[in-house]
Design a protein around this ligand. Sequence first.
Ligand SMILES: CO[C@H]1[C@H](O)[C@@H](O)[C@H](O)O[C@@H]1C(=O)O
Length: 678
Amino acid sequence: DDGSRLWLKYDLIQDEAYRKSVQKAFRQIIVLDQTETTQVAADELQKALSGFTGKTISINNSPANKSIVLKLGSDPRIQKNEGFTISSTSKGAEIISPSDEGLLYGAFALIRRIQTGQSLDFELAESPKVQVRMLNHWDNANGTVERGYAGSSIWKWFELPYRIDPRYIEYARANASIGINAASINNVNASSRFLTAEYLEKIKAVADVLRPYGIKVFISVNFRSPRTLGGLETSDPLDPGVRQWWKYKTEEIHRYIPDFGGYLVKANSEGEPGPQDYGRTHADGANMLADAMKGHEGVVIWRAFVYEADPNGDRFKEAFNQFKPLDGTFHPKVIVQVKNGPIDFMPREPFHPMFGVFPKTPLAMEFQITQEYLGHSTHLTYLAPMFEEVLDSDTYAKGEGSTVGKVIDGSLNNYQVTVMAGVANTGSDANWTGHPFGQSNWYAFGRLAWDHTLSSEQIAEEWTKMTLTKKPKAVKEVVDLMMKSHPTYVKYTYPLGLAHMMGEGHHYGPQPWLEKSGRPDWTSVYYHRTAKDGIGFDRTGGMSDALSLYSPDVQKAWGDPQTMDLNYLLWFHHLDWDYELPTGKTVWNELMTRYYQGVDEVEELQKQWNSLKPYIDQEIFENVKGRLAIQHKEALWWRDSCYLYFKQFSEKPLPVGLEEPKRTLEDVKELEHIYHLR
Ligand SMILES: CO[C@H]1[C@H](O)[C@@H](O)[C@H](O)O[C@@H]1C(=O)O
């Protein structure tokens, strides 16, 4: 099994009694309302049930007993257009939705039920919590993927619009199966090329493939396009010629793609052009594009990932400071997309302080599914617990229970448009994501975008049963291993709330010693602030007052190292090496203990995976086993590097019982070359 089928594995059900009951209950599929999308739903059900039962199931259009009926209609339990109900018994099932997309999601929900071996007797009513559930591809026109670790781009621009790669359809199925209904197809570091007629024709071809699966296409735009493509002398958002250019361009796009999703914009960030180049604000830029969208359904998603190169400033605060004064000035079609944390997709960040405090501007969540800072496609890191931690964090913006999830789903501030985006980890590798477990992160992102109250265990269990094994004992082990993987990764890389010490450029492996970089706020020392007197970034007023951006309750929760969640400790406090933590250990000893535990835990993961050999497809088993061996080697690399580097400042020995590395700081500094990273 090369993993190319993802979780959509419709193999013969092994449990004979269950297989017979499925066969008896669902003898045919009835489509009462014929559309492209209901056809897709029926085809999928047919494919799934034929696979599960080994019998060919037919599709018809007049009601009959013992069938799966797909029917457009309403039900008081359905809260949103894409919602659905399923009434299922041992004598057939009925799926109802006000929209054909809802019928498609209902079909996949029924398939998932059967695939995970659940009772056929059930009532289900679901509606997505977030409207736009989106993948952001950082894919370039030349086929490379920024921060992509699974081969080249899945979009073959040089073949489009002439040849449609069948993988586009597989991609659409996979997304629809987890409720993803939008995709921005190109990198936010955007080439203007994507707005040329030549490319619009290609993008149209992709949009036409994705449409029946309920997926809308977005384009990332380069703010300088009026100059680059239009030959204008400026791209000033208040210039009438520029405004007109975007208006025409937007009309042109709609001639190709009538249901165009909208624009995604990275502006005045990491060298990208933007409205500030002309003395204008983010709101001026976003509102101009929103005006151009007038009369259309589309929206403008404007990213808040902005920061300045100020060695004395605190990058943590910059997006907040630039955007907070603009709340209330954005066009209703604008959504501001905020990364989950204030810095940049670190393995663990406190939730971004912008969440909760933008009552007049819808904020979107941007998660990163691709593992830029989380071991690329080598380290096994199940990300759902991290996503969940952020979504469940309490902003206290409107009192207790004002979670980030409620900000994102619009219920806290009554947002009109709601968005959750994930930076995709898809690529041309046969199994789509490089690491077989990378698939679980794509899956989990979609499930959480649909319903952020699902638990990461439940999602892991579903995914495991659909993808790897249905044997209860093995499922339990795999889920356990997945649930441990992120905390383990954090322990051997960034324990106690450290951040941003990865190798420059490639963002892989440790480089805590990085003192000089392309920018002063891209060094490691800027973040960990290690010195003879201790470690950590004091954001309680000393080095920065960033903690004050949060509500008083959060400040209280994170203001005191004696009572706070130690996972965020060094994000907010600079502490003496000898400072005694509530664990009874000093900061130094706690830090080192965690680094060493992290490596031990990778050994545990290896053992656990090895014990699963009888239950897992051989090819997948060996694939993961090999990657775990590299992960172990690299966990040691992180541990030894961080210990040997920090020791220069703490001048302390390892806690008793921990074994001294056999190599020196000079040795570990060389590993970057030895491991083929430079
Ligand atoms: C697309 O650029 C990326 C950049 O590669 C990445 O290192 C950083 O995480 O964030 C940037 C962003 O999110 O804009």
